[in-house]
Ligand binder design. Structure first.
Ligand SMILES: Nc1ncnc2c1ncn2[C@@H]1O[C@H](COP(=O)(O)OP(=O)(O)OP(=O)(O)O)[C@@H](O)[C@H]1O
Length: 234
């Protein structure tokens, strides 16, 4: 088990322009599985992910890893960011920063190109890829550093079913190999397919959390029940 875990959020508060965007939130993230964050638009999903990853300024409370190693957590944004260089060079870049040897970089790049099915595009500019291919590249570029935890913010939001299926397949593989996933999604089908645990946010607070099987089968609060039915919850 990674020495980084648990990640503990204690009374975390994020306020912006006089408004509480998140919190107060208390939550403990243990080492195993896939946690899916759900909730209405504006409920704070992105903010919570960014707080956990350490890229959002908090107004109060503590965010504590058992042993923090920023190199061991990675973040994938809703809109994939790719560099204006070849697909292979996009993948190599994070390893070059870590001063990994050229041979190891070449082997890792080959491995990940095969896993995301982009071998034939290895020398193409990444900016020419489709949206789904770019997102797969962004995920592979995050995973190539072998993080213990991967945060993903709506990675399939604008993708078609085919790309979504490929990405879910990859995420399931890396989760079963031990990478911790924490992901926000609007797609309840995706939450059902991937989640071990759910965090249901409402109005910046964790309204309900627990095992996905239990919450999907029998939500404890009327708000989660309504949200899962597809009602508008505010
Ligand atoms: N810098 C900021 N200044 C003011 N308000 C902000 C700021 N950042 C976020 N907010 C507000 O905080 C709330 C939570 O935003 P957040 O993006 O975390 O929610 P979300 O659940 O991810 O939303 P969505 O599902 O629409 O992506 C929103 O109402 C948003 O407008």
């Amino acid at each position: 088990m990674s020495a980084q875990f648990p990640l503990t959020l204690n009374n975390v508060l994020v306020r912006r322009q006089g408004k509480t965007v998140l919190g107060p939130v208390d939550h403990v993230l243990n080492a195993k599985g896939a946690t899916i964050i759900i909730g209405p638009n504006g409920s704070g999903k992105t903010t919570l992910l960014r707080v956990m990853h350490g890229i959002e300024r908090t107004t109060g409370g503590q965010v504590t890893w058992a042993q923090d190693d920023p190199a061991k957590h990675a973040f994938v944004f809703q809109t994939p960011i790719v560099m204006r260089r070849s697909v292979a060079k996009n993948l190599a870049y994070p390893l070059e920063l870590l001063r990994v040897s050229k041979d190891e970089i070449a082997a890792s790049v080959d491995h990940w190109l095969a896993r995301i099915g982009l071998e034939r595009s290895r020398n193409s500019p990444a900016t020419r890829l489709s949206g789904g291919e770019r997102q797969k590249l962004a995920i592979a570029r995050a995973l190539i550093r072998q993080p213990d935890v991967l945060f993903l913010d709506e990675p399939c939001a604008s993708l078609d079913g085919h790309a979504t299926r490929e990405i879910e397949h990859l995420l399931k593989e890396v989760a079963s190999a031990g990478t911790r996933l924490v992901m926000a999604t609007h797609d309840m089908g995706q939450a059902r397919r991937l989640a071990n645990d759910l965090v249901f946010l409402l109005d910046g607070k964790i309204h309900e959390t627990g095992s996905a099987d239990a919450l999907f089968a029998a939500p404890a609060t009327a708000e989660l029940a309504a949200f899962l039915r597809g009602d508008i919850v505010t």
